[in-house]
Design a protein. Structure first.
Length: 331
């Protein structure tokens, strides 16, 4: 299922997206208050939704405004440097990561919907983006074993991990630079675990102003999802309804600042890797930038995010409507 939270006629509701419609689960008898409460019911909640959703009222997707699938996650955690090429690019900037998993916290107040406007900070020009696969934890768990870890996952989302780089580097925790209001947009909906056969075989791409900037695959992760859950649950309780990102850092389609002059992706044989702040100066987000992220699952399921033009003093990260069926993303 593709579970979405959305605004309709002044109310926040939730339902299941099918093609160009959303089935309004909030209207069903006995419906939980929202997606967070639904997932807190565990497998029983999802089983209820599958059984009851066919009788739900249908709304045109174009008539609703999508919100973050989990509007108020309990935790929002990110894994830094989970992609070897990202570490290589960081090393060029003098950043050295210790071995093992290096986690950072994004304050949950940074969560934004996939079509919401994203604020360009007034205090910095170093406004950056990173397309990520996000994992939503659906079960309360502690001391998880690797062999049982995937059973704790409710589903997957696309996240644009937006950062204010100079504020991020003020402290090793990265919290301030990762947590500006609206700098955690994700969506457009939560794809349940059963629809993704292998989350470690997903292509992820990011565009800025229509130009491909990132192109990678979760197969290239250093730490897999199971290892992440083992690590985190050793320290503190996970779920229900945590958002975990940093599952993959993506291949950058543009050269780094220290590389040769930029060649556009369609003429570039081997695409470069790294983060926006490691690119040429134009790699960072500017006023009015349009940034979109796509996650494709073996070309048979596609979940995309695109963007709308923002107000003059803001930048934005927003989703197109997701597609199913073969073919590439054209956002």
């Amino acid at each position: 299922m593709k579970i979405a939270s959305f605004h309709h006629r002044g109310a926040l509701r939730f339902g299941v997206v099918r093609n160009d419609e959303v089935l309004d689960a909030s209207a069903l008898p006995g419906a939980p208050a929202g997606v967070r409460e639904l997932l807190a019911r565990g497998d029983e909640g999802l089983a209820w939704l599958r059984a009851a959703i066919e009788t739900a009222p249908r709304l045109p997707l174009a008539d609703v405004k999508l919100a973050a699938p989990v509007p108020a996650p309990r935790k929002f955690l990110g894994l830094g440097g989970n992609y070897a090429s990202h570490l290589e690019e960081a090393a060029k900037l003098g950043l050295v990561r210790p071995p093992g998993q290096v986690w950072f916290n994004k304050q949950v107040s940074c969560v934004a919907g996939p079509f919401d406007e994203v604020h360009r900070p007034r205090v910095s020009a170093q406004f950056d983006y990173e397309g990520e696969l996000g994992v939503v934890i659906g079960r309360r768990c502690r001391h998880v074993r690797a062999e049982e870890a995937m059973a704790m996952v409710a589903g997957y989302v696309v996240i644009n991990d937006m950062s204010v780089r100079d504020w991020q580097l003020r402290a090793p925790t990265h919290t301030l630079g990762k947590s500006f209001d609206t700098h955690g947009p994700f969506g457009p909906w939560l794809v349940t675990r059963d629809e993704i056969a292998d989350p470690h075989a997903l292509r992820l791409r990011t565009w800025v102003n229509g130009e491909l900037r990132q192109d990678g695959n979760t197969a290239q992760m250093i730490h897999r999802i199971e290892a992440m859950l083992v690590e985190l649950s050793t320290a503190f309780t996970q779920g229900p309804v945590n958002a975990m990102q940093g599952v993959a850092k993506l291949t950058r389609a543009r050269p780094s600042r220290r590389a040769t002059p930029r060649v556009r992706p369609h003429t570039q044989g081997a695409q470069r890797r790294g983060a926006g702040s490691g690119e040429l100066p134009s790699g960072l987000l500017r006023q009015g930038a349009v940034c979109g992220v796509a996650r494709a699952c073996k070309a048979d399921a596609l979940l995309r995010t695109g963007a709308l033009h923002p107000a003059p003093w803001r930048s934005s990260a927003t989703p197109c409507i997701a597609l199913t069926g073969p073919g590439p993303a054209t956002c």
